[in-house]
Design a protein around this ligand. Structure first.
Ligand SMILES: CC(C)(COP(=O)(O)OP(=O)(O)OC[C@H]1O[C@@H](n2cnc3c(N)ncnc32)[C@H](O)[C@@H]1OP(=O)(O)O)[C@@H](O)C(=O)NCCC(=O)NCCS
Length: 182
């Protein structure tokens, strides 16, 4: 997680009830290409990239960067969850110095509708709250992206504002860890 202070990377894998969240490996390459080439995945993200271009351009070990978790179900990648710093130039901020932690998620359509995205994202938020207590997390998604807005709400994000970007209305929300009581 670039600039996320004392967060160690690569991470110790996160295990949830059904999933393992880990750093990417060479064996994930085909699934990354599947993800980037999918018209359904990119319906609200500017459209997919041509598969032949991806076959040439995608590195041997894709997605290996601080903040990006591969979501693994029974040994195979089904999606990614990432935490990045939100670019100060973009609209949507919850603090004057900007650079907030921002959550993003991409899952293969065959894995939608089973609660895997919610399970993986909740675990990443929980890990972040453990290493950076009190750190708010922001999320931006098109208002038309129903599944994504539903997921954001389920995770506990609340709407801060809506604005136009990339020619579409964006939903911008924030998640704050619950302070331990007592
Ligand atoms: C956004 C996205 C991750 C949501 O995926 P998802 O599978 O719908 O999300 P969830 O993990 O919350 O699963 C919710 C569904 O699983 C169902 N479900 C089934 N079993 C479940 C279980 N054991 N636990 C929880 N939910 C379960 C829920 O009822 C819900 O169904 P519904 O969609 O019919 O209401 C996915 O659509 C995606 O990758 N989209 C493309 C990328 C994108 O747009 N990203 C946004 C940019 S930040």
């Amino acid at each position: 997680m670039t600039g996320l202070g004392p967060v160690a990377w690569p991470p110790a894998p996160i295990r949830t009830e059904r999933l393992v969240l880990r750093e990417s490996e060479a064996r994930d390459r085909a699934a990354f290409i599947e993800l980037f080439a999918s018209p359904e995945v990119h319906a609200y993200l500017g459209g997919p990239r041509p598969r032949d271009e991806l076959e040439r351009a995608v590195p041997e070990v894709p997605g290996r960067r601080p903040g990006l978790f591969v979501v693994d179900l029974d040994g195979a990648m089904i999606g990614t969850v990432a935490l990045d710093r939100r670019d100060a130039e973009r609209p949507g901020h919850v603090r004057p110095e900007a650079g907030e932690a921002e959550l993003g998620y991409l899952f293969l359509p065959k894995a939608w509708g089973r609660g895997y995205a919610a399970e993986a994202c909740a675990a990443v938020l929980d890990r972040l709250a453990g290493v950076l207590p009190g750190e708010p997390v922001v999320l931006c998604t098109q208002t038309a992206n129903d599944r994504s807005v539903r997921l954001a709400a389920k995770l506990g994000f609340t709407e801060v504002e809506r604005f136009e970007e990339w020619g579409a209305e964006q939903w911008f929300g924030v998640w704050s860890p619950v302070a331990p009581s007592g």
